[in-house]
Design a binder for this molecule. Structure first.
Ligand SMILES: [Zn+2]
Length: 97
């Protein structure tokens, strides 16, 4: 029984980690894209700087919100902290992988 739980936790952690990497990639891409859009008026047309800064803030806020929802221990549901390659939850000491 214990072994099966460990497997489920490892699998759920793996899924959460995958989603987290994807969210980082998407957030970085969008923030960089908006910086490029601002620099290359010739390619993308004129955008108000304030519009792009606001859009970047929305992306960052969405990323923080997603992280707060996703980046949690599968066992105790507490936030896992900054280290994305964690092995053990610092709250409940569950092995994550
Ligand atoms: Zn935990």
């Amino acid at each position: 029984m214990q072994k099966r739980d460990d497997k489920q936790i490892a699998r759920e952690f793996w899924l959460r980690q995958g989603r987290q990497f994807l969210a980082i990639a998407v957030a970085l891409f969008l923030v960089l894209l908006m910086a490029v859009v601002y620099k290359r008026h010739d390619l993308f047309g004129e955008f108000e700087k304030n519009t792009l800064v606001a859009a970047q803030l929305v992306v960052i806020a969405a990323f923080i919100g997603f992280t707060a929802f996703n980046w949690r221990c599968p066992s105790c549901k507490k936030y896992l902290g900054k280290d994305i390659s964690k092995r053990i939850c610092r709250h409940c000491k569950t092995r994550l992988r």
